[in-house]
Ligand binder design. Structure first.
Ligand SMILES: CC(C)(COP(=O)(O)OP(=O)(O)OC[C@H]1O[C@@H](n2cnc3c(N)ncnc32)[C@H](O)[C@@H]1OP(=O)(O)O)[C@@H](O)C(=O)NCCC(=O)NCCS
Length: 178
């Protein structure tokens, strides 16, 4: 099922046939460098993919979505919205991960911006966040470019992270964008 489209990208639900391409990304140590779990095995990738086939099981409107490069029809990543409880507070994270062959063309920003707009405008979420490793310069840059503001450092069972966040703009401003 299609979630959203941008000029160069289409985001849709993950499908079983995405497994090999998702594994190619999840087994790449450059792509997974700043993830606490590091690279994933084929089995771990399959588990994650199956978990998200119909959106997040507890929050079907959220999830990780296949990110397709429209021009080449290639599966180039997975981006989306992930629910977390951080220090007792419900947060929805704007998540993005792309094939390194496609880095540096503005696609990460394009995907993140569209996911953020979808979260605010379609899902009417009051607030969105990004959880980022402090060394992940590219991710910090993308978060800043879509208007996320550094809030604080955090720590959970996976390790330390930076929390960037943004509240939904007022309804009147949203209408002007549509
Ligand atoms: C984060 C990620 C999606 C960015 O994708 P991208 O398509 O390369 O990003 P963009 O081309 O939109 O670049 C956004 C900005 O970051 C900058 N940037 C990109 N890579 C950078 C790096 N390694 N160091 C510093 N800045 C970087 C770009 O120059 C650009 O800024 P500018 O417009 O001022 O020039 C990509 O690096 C990725 O998939 N990384 C692995 C997965 C990951 O770590 N995801 C985030 C987890 S929190």
């Amino acid at each position: 099922m299609k979630i959203l489209e941008t000029r160069r990208l289409l985001l849709r639900h993950l499908e079983p046939d995405d497994l090999d391409q998702l594994f190619a990304l999840y087994s790449d140590s450059d792509v997974r460098r700043y993830f606490p779990e590091g690279t994933l095995s084929y089995e771990e990738t399959k588990e994650e993919l199956e978990w998200f086939l119909n959106g997040h099981p507890q929050h079907p409107e959220l999830g990780l979505w296949a990110t397709i490069h429209k021009e080449t029809n290639q599966f180039i990543g997975r981006c989306g919205l992930l629910p977390w409880t951080i220090n007792g507070r419900f947060e929805v994270e704007v998540a993005y991960l792309l094939d390194k062959a496609y880095w540096g063309q503005g696609l990460g920003t394009e995907a993140a911006q569209a996911v953020k707009d979808y979260g605010f405008q379609v899902l009417k979420l009051p607030r969105l966040a990004c959880l980022i490793d402090s060394e992940n310069r590219a991710s910090i840059k993308v978060a800043e470019k879509i208007g996320m503001v550094f809030e604080r450092e955090g720590q959970d069972e996976h390790g330390p992270f930076l929390l960037y966040a943004q509240n939904a703009p007022p309804q009147s401003e949203m209408r002007q964008h549509q």
